[in-house]
Write a protein that binds this ligand. Sequence first.
Ligand code: PMP
Length: 437
Amino acid sequence: GSANDSLQPYWMPFTANRLFKSKPRMFVAAEGMHYVTDDGRRILDAMAGLWCVNAGHNPPRIVRAIQEQAARLDFVSSFQMGHPLAFQLAERIAELAPAGLDRVFFTNSGSEAVDTALKIARAYHKVRGDANRIKLIGRAKAYHGMGFGGLSVAGIPRHRRDFGPLLGDVDHLPHTHDLTHNAFSRGQPAWGAHLADELEAIVQIHDASTIAAVIVEPVTGSGGVLPPPVGYLERLRELCTRYGILLIFDEVISGFGRLGAPFGSTALGVTPDLITCAKGMTNGAVPMGGVIASSAVYDAFMAAPEAAVELMHGYTYSGHPLACAAGLAAIDTYEQEGLFARGPQISATWEAAVHQLKGAPHVRDIRNIGVLAAIELTPREGAPGARAAEAVEHCFAAGVLVRVAGDNLVLSPPLTISPDQMTQVVETIDAALRTVA
Ligand code: PMP
């Protein structure tokens, strides 16, 4: 006899989340910037679904590509078999990725992409005869999906709490947020370099020759949209190169346009050895993820003698024809609608819009980069997160979908959002903040 009985036997993710006792919001359709609910309301989607619908919902080109592919070729194994779209998509992604990253391994989700990248990193060192390099370094406040690998390197304690023991030989860098938490600013260059030097400290304790890889989100997403302090990623890159450690950027959110360029790496000008991606890869239309590897990493496997380590890894649905069709159509859509090219301009309009909330009640900080933003609220005494959760409910009642992350209202609209729609989002949040206690 619980209130959820009507929903059985669907075991929904995050069912125990005490902040949301109500019936889930039910959507029956979507188009462009809007969802349609089961009671016929149009909701402005300021989250791009879940950071993924970068070109807006149901773009005709993607819908058509999926329909046609479904009728032509449903499934092919990617183990010693293939189909042309997988090769074409890999080529298009390699063209968009930073120079030198030109091998694409397909997965079905961001979590699988992260596990794949961690496995590639360990096997890469082993194949080069460096079998001691097994340690993985993540970062506090990071989200890397729900697989055991991703959970192990991630840094959101309540995601990890009930599932141990996780992978051993993992260490975490501190997060940059505490030092950059200077209300309404992005932090000073000196902090970035100083914070990255924490890696130097880990190297001194454990010895560089034991460390396989460092994984970071270029911009921490689920942890509350925390842009990197100036110089931080550059310094991480420098240290990883110096010590022979692979640098992995988890671009599941930042990939495919969200930061105003094809990848976060291209937007921020720092090139890792491996990139994980998913979400915007198919505009959210079909599940798909991937790892983009440097030719140096790929070549190490190819150069290894017969008997050496192989990358014994892959999924039934790696490079699924429907996902590849959706991925190719998504890239066509992003390019033909100029969504990558519009990046800097849309980022500037977005920044101006979200900073209008500066004087609204409870607002403690506003962070934005690309078409991402967090409005951080002062928590209510003794009830962390409650005020933000209530504000999100008010926004939904007023027809705008935003997300809660701790004490933050998180925003990640499709890149097709218009200036008027930005104003609608901001005015709706402003009204919600005037309503909550
Ligand atoms: N990495 C990052 C940075 C993410 O934001 C997410 C999903 N929000 C994931 C990995 C996991 O992706 P998925 O949910 O597709 O497994």
